[in-house]
Ligand binder design. Structure first.
Ligand code: UDX
Length: 477
């Protein structure tokens, strides 16, 4: 048991505090928002995150987890985790004011030798900068970078079953002490310098965002040539060098991390004199996805008096009530500004969406949002939308366009029911289950023919079709 403190009871702080207490440590979670502290003390959580409430209740009841606004309590901690927000500043750079405020508040209280563990996503060099502060040197505090890789919706699982625990530190003793906190997890500990840990965090998020933007770009090509993006993603994802995750096209990425991290990395790069055309394109392509969805909806309602658009899903992804950076909100706002009535449903995010976008008509029930609509956009692939009774929906909608912003619905069925199904790069014949009706995985050994493989699982093109198109001409030139 290590006595630790976690500064910040936001999404990362709360998950960190709850999971560290679950690992057997005595955790004090410090939060400056007094209302939040009172609510948390009463077991009321400010966010919807599967499994978190149970962990908080259990560990608070057992006395392993406490919430307070009093920084003085950090004096009992051997390590203090900083998990405060680092939002985008006006120029896209990460705003470090919350991190610096937290440092100012805790430094007067902590004991010499305390380790400050920075969990917040901070630009490369922030840990070094904090370690060089005169107040930190005087207090003889160690500074360690320990980035989080938590996905909303599965954050508790991600914390307790990480792919790796990254500890960026400048002394072996600091690595050893932070590693001890995570000792009961089955995960490799990757000890590196602070700057590499900080850069790895940004790189991971930027690379995931890049995969999605890249596939979104390909999805437009797929649409233009009538290929199927789901099949393309499945095929490239089966390449072990590529892997299947984060290849799904649609409205693109949102949330509290990808948008700000891509911008912050690009901004930090430029302040170091580095040119980042890829990062800029990744961001741009993502914005185009929302615009494209809005265009499909506008096309569907053109010429209709007092058009109504229904939006299913407002959270930036399923299993969270978070609407930060949600593509659905940007699209809803654009439609509202064009005088269109927007009716929206989300199982968990209605309250949060209402705070940001008051001019949307929010409905507690998906069918009620769809009633009388001229077109519908599926913006978040909540499980309950897979089970909608589309025959009922067809009777109640005024129009027939379904824009599937997550390539998640059964397009063939919807077309058969008389809807006009619009997707992001799925072929017209798609069956909506991620593969065209004729496709699937065929075991070559069952074919009994002479299909040859080249050792990578693919038949040589020539064996089946002769020379690939264009090859003979190219050779001839
Ligand atoms: C992300 C990182 O995954 C996590 O490691 C980090 O620490 C915090 O940021 P999160 O923001 O919770 O987590 O969401 P994630 O599951 O990564 O999805 C991000 C966005 O990408 C969502 O809007 C999602 O809908 C979108 N996405 C994801 C796609 O559009 N296609 C995909 O194939 C996968």
């Amino acid at each position: 048991m290590v006595p630790v403190a976690v500064v910040g009871a936001g999404y990362v702080g709360l998950v960190t505090a709850a999971c560290l207490s679950e690992l057997g440590h005595r955790v004090t979670c410090i939060e400056v928002d007094e209302t939040k502290v009172i609510a948390l003390g009463a077991g009321d959580l400010p966010i919807h995150e599967p499994g978190l409430r149970e962990l908080v209740w259990k560990n608070a009841r057992d006395g392993h987890l406490q919430f307070t606004g009093d920084y003085e309590r950090t004096r009992y901690a051997e390590s203090v985790f900083i998990a405060v927000p680092t939002p985008s500043g006006d120029d896209g750079s990460a705003d470090l004011s919350y991190v610096l405020q937290a440092m100012d508040s805790l430094v007067p209280h902590v004991q010499p030798g305390t380790i400050i563990v920075i969990k917040s996503t901070v630009p490369v060099g922030t840990g070094d900068g904090i370690a060089r502060l005169q107040s930190v040197l005087n207090a003889r505090i160690e500074v360690v970078s320990n980035p989080e890789f938590l996905r909303q919706g599965t954050a508790v699982h991600d914390f307790l079953h990480p792919d790796r625990v990254v500890i960026g530190a400048e002394s072996a003793e600091a690595v050893e002490r932070v590693a001890r906190i995570y000792a009961s997890l089955e995960a490799p500990i990757i000890a590196v310098d602070r700057r590499s840990a900080e850069l790895a965090k940004y790189t991971a998020n930027a690379l995931l965002a890049t995969r999605i933007s890249f596939m979104n770009e390909i999805s437009h090509i797929a649409a233009a040539v009538n290929a199927d993006i789901d099949d393309v993603a499945r095929i490239v994802g089966m390449d072990r060098r590529i892997g299947p995750a984060f290849l799904r096209s649609g409205l693109g990425w949102g949330g509290s991390c990808f948008p700000k991290d891509v911008l912050a990395l690009s901004s930090a790069a430029s302040s170091h004199g580095c040119y980042t055309p890829i990062l800029q394109a990744v961001y741009e392509v993502n914005q185009l996805q929302g615009k494209h969805a809005a265009e499909l909806l506008l096309e569907a309602i053109s010429g209709i008096d007092d058009p109504i658009v229904a939006i299913l899903g407002l959270a930036f992804k399923p299993n969270t009530d978070d609407v930060r950076g949600s593509p659905a909100l940007g699209i809803a706002q654009q439609l509202v500004e064009e005088g269109i009535i927007v009716r929206a449903h989300d199982p968990f995010a209605l309250v949060n969406a209402g705070l940001v976008l008051p001019d949307v008509e929010y409905r507690e029930d998906a069918y009620s949002a769809l009633d009388g609509a001229d077109a519908v956009l599926l913006a978040t692939e909540w499980e309950e939308y897979y089970d909608l009774d589309w025959i009922l929906v067809r009777e109640s909608m005024r129009g027939k366009t379904v824009v599937d912003g997550r390539n998640a619905l059964n397009g063939v069925l919807l077309n058969e029911l008389g809807f006009l199904y619009r997707s992001f790069g799925r072929a017209a014949q798609t069956n909506g289950n991620g593969s065209a009706p004729h496709a699937g995985t065929i075991d070559a050994s069952t074919l009994g023919g002479t299909m040859q493989t080249n050792g990578n699982g693919a038949a040589p093109y020539e064996a089946a079709f002769g020379s690939p198109p264009g090859v003979s001409e190219a050779v001839a030139e």
